[in-house]
Structure formats: structure tokens, C-alpha cells
Design a protein around this ligand. Sequence first.
Ligand code: NAG
Ligand code: NAG
Ligand code: NAG
Ligand code: NAG
Length: 263
Amino acid sequence: MKNNIKIFAIIFLFLAIIITEEVESKDAKKTNNKNKNKSAVETLNYDLETDDDKDDDNYEETTPAAAIKPKATSKAPKKKKTTKAVNTSKNQKVDKSKTNRGPKGEPGPKGEKGEPGDAASDSFPMQAALSAVLTEHFGPAKDTIVPFDLVLLDLGDNYDNTTGVFICTIPGVYVVSLYLMSHPGAKVNARIYINSRPIAALWADDNKSVGFYPSSSIQTVTRLEFGDQVYVMLVDGGYGESWVHANYNAFTLYLLYEDSFMK
Ligand SMILES: *[C@@H]1O[C@H](CO)[C@@H](O)[C@H](O)[C@H]1NC(C)=O
Ligand SMILES: *[C@@H]1O[C@H](CO)[C@@H](O)[C@H](O)[C@H]1NC(C)=O
Ligand SMILES: *[C@@H]1O[C@H](CO)[C@@H](O)[C@H](O)[C@H]1NC(C)=O
Ligand SMILES: *[C@@H]1O[C@H](CO)[C@@H](O)[C@H](O)[C@H]1NC(C)=O
């Protein structure tokens, strides 16, 4: 009988120890989680602060390489960072390139060999493509050609960035597009011309002066003859002068179909 009591006592003690340890380890896990969550919040705050610094982008910037983000007076809600903290250390920066990334895959199979190129077009490429940007604020102006000064691409060397005029050297059908942004409280009224003939019109305004940046774009397709001059001009049209905002604009033009001489 005494022995039985002893055995019961030992088993009871044993169970008590196990239960206590389990409760303790649960508590430890909770604290650990709390710390993790806390650090996740801290990382978020840290990243947002850095973002704020970046938001103070310079209004007077002169290169389009800078963030293409208009500085609006009414700020749009910020995107929250979703990266989770992987380390509980304070202010630890998370390497985003290393998170949420699976193992590297096998390289794909080798592609088939292409057809040999056309010898004639290789030796005499008929190419025309223009991409130009205006990198300075322009205005107030009317009856003035917009001198897109930064030439990102000018295949065929058809564009003059001092005059803003493209001169056709390859007759054919061309795609022409234009994007312009203006300033708060201002407007932009522009047309694309071939020689002195307008082929497309663009308008954007902030007439109610609510403080947003008006912008608009247009794309058209047209036939160009040898020597035709294509340019963008700000026009009055009874509405006064226009403003073009630096960098947030594009004048693009490319040859779609070259005219055939075999007709
Ligand atoms: C930690 O965050 C997760 C979700 O992210 C939540 O499910 C959990 O309850 C949080 N833990 C604590 C201790 O706040
Ligand atoms: C967390 O960061 C600290 C300091 O950067 C480092 O010593 C520690 O090994 C890291 N822990 C983990 C789990 O990555
Ligand atoms: C035209 O482009 C050249 C570089 O190709 C540049 O040096 C020059 O400043 C540009 N002209 C104008 C008027 O911006
Ligand atoms: C807005 O439009 C009205 C009517 O066309 C005009 O009278 C006014 O001057 C315009 N305001 C601005 C800031 O352009």
C-alpha cells in the first residue's frame, strides 16, 4: 500500500512537471511572436520614412531619368510595404531580392536557328524611329514649335533637336504619337503638323485650378512623302497660351510601312 502511494506521488510529480513546461514554452512562443510583430512594424515604419525622403523629388529636375512621378498637392495613398521582417533585430533592412524567391530553375532548351537575313536590307537598312523628350518647362507660348531637346533615339538621323522638326527621308506610313503634361492652373493646346497642315490635336487643362497636373496624349498614323516636315506646335485657338511641363512628355514617331517603289 505504501509503495502504491509512492508510485502515485512520483507519477503525479512527473505529470505536473510536464504540464508546467508546456505552459511555459507556450508563453515563450507568444512573447517571441510579439517581438516578431513589433519588429515587422518597426521595419515598415523605417521603410516608409525612407520613402518620404524620396517623395521630395525635385520639381525642377531636368532629366527624365528621374522618377516619373508628378508631385500632386493631394497625395495619393501610399502603397504599404508588404515585405515581412525576417530578422528581429531593430531597423534591420530586408533584402527584398532575397525574400519570397524560389530556387533557381533549369535553363530552358536552346532555340532554333533563325533564317538568314536579307542581304539587301542588311547593307542598306531603311529605318526611321524617333523618341524625343523636352527636359525644360516650356511656356507660356503659342504658335511655337516645341523643341524636344533630349533625343533618346533617332534612327535615320531625321530629327533636329534645336528646331524640333523631323524631316522625312523614307516615304511611307508612319505612326506619330505625342504626350504632354502641363502645370496646375495652366493648360496645353497642341497640334501635330505635317508641313503647315495639322493632323492631330491635343488638349489638357486645369481650368478649375484644383491643382492637378493636366495631361493628355494622342496617337495617329499618317503617310509621309520625302521632305515632309513633322513637328508639334502650341496653338492659341482663342484659348490663350500653353505651358508644357519638363520631362513628363514624349514625341515619338516611327516608320510602319515603307512605300513600295515596285507599284
Ligand atoms: C502577430 O501577427 C500575426 C499576423 O501577422 C497574428 O496572427 C498574430 O496574432 C500576432 N501575434 C501577436 C502576439 O500579436
Ligand atoms: C539577425 O541579425 C543579426 C545582426 O544583423 C545577426 O547577428 C543574426 O544572425 C541574425 N539572425 C538571423 C536569424 O538571421
Ligand atoms: C541636342 O542634342 C545634343 C546631344 O545629341 C545636345 O548636346 C544638345 O544640347 C541638344 N540641343 C538642345 C537645343 O538641347
Ligand atoms: C477657364 O475657362 C473660362 C471659360 O472658358 C475662362 O474665362 C477662364 O479664364 C479660364 N481660366 C483659366 C485659369 O484658364
